[in-house]
Design a protein around this ligand. Sequence first.
Ligand SMILES: [Zn+2]
Ligand SMILES: [Zn+2]
Length: 375
Amino acid sequence: MMKIRAAVLHEMNLPAPYAVSRPLKIEELELDPPKRGEVLVQIKAAGLCHSDLSVINGDRPRPLPMALGHEAAGIVIEVGEGVTDLQKGDHVVCSFVPSCGHCLPCQEGRPALCEPGAKANAEGTLLSGERRIHLHGTDIHHHLGVSGFAEYAVIARNSLVKVDPEIPLDKVAIFGCAVMTGVGAVVNTARVEPGSTVAIVGLGGVGLSALLGSIVAGAGKIVAVDVNPYKLELAQKLGATHVYNSRDPEVVHHVRASTNGGVDYAFETAGVIQAMDIAYRITKRGGMTVTTGLPHPDHQFSIPQVTLTVEERTIKGSYVGSCVPSRDIPRFIELYKQGRLPVDKILTDRLPLDQINEGFDRLARGEASRLVVVM
Ligand SMILES: [Zn+2]
Ligand SMILES: [Zn+2]
């Protein structure tokens, strides 16, 4: 057993600003050694993602207390029994859905839908069904099998992907959530064709990654929509051809007018119904609306059903960008190395673990696209 520092959430729904209410407490936890199929990882960097914020603000209820953080990268320190394909010193990035490799979705090539993985994530355990972190002897829940806002973590082998050690780990971390989710939505879920028109509604880390993915996929017009003028400016620098503020009551009209009646593919990445509504209404007849957002489970999205029929519309959900992490992360990293997927441009800042609550304030206010805690 070793002692580690980690960020723990004891109570959801504390009021912002988090710099004052401090929902995340930096605690000294006890970490068990890795058991069968598990790996001890020294975490070097972990990104602040909206799905952490959704647990903090209660939109995505999870069992507490929980050590948060699911977008992390680090170095292998020790492997448990049965782990033969990783060794001490390897650089790894975490995938936030562990895949067992045996259930029906895994066999169908859809590990994002892994059934034991979903169960473990809902219950706050590792894939084994067990917990390896404790506070004064009481179990602490794992966040999505990672709990990366920590100096060290014990993680299932099946939650890890080995990466090229040449890439700095603060950049590697964001491949685990933002890049897989955003780029994957474009290339795997939608399969955007060269020349097609694309819109992205919501320009956080996932939305900006979807924008970069659309450029790689060869999209023609790329429309970016957000409430924040700073994000729209960044989107333009990254290659968006048109940008619109979603607070403009005419935003749907503007997008439709500039894209000859709507886009082929619209991506909703904000996780709010208003964004999904805009995304659906700016999709053209015959087009596809893809959502990667995670709104509160009680929130309902409604559409005139007839449009699905007479306009041959498609609405598609995309979880982890429909990725196979061990296949897609190396592909996306290769594109990054070639300069074709410059995801480091969406990294706003690096923070120490002690400033994590301040970091979530910046994320909640939309002042940052991706903040990374570095250990
Ligand atoms: Zn995430
Ligand atoms: Zn599975």
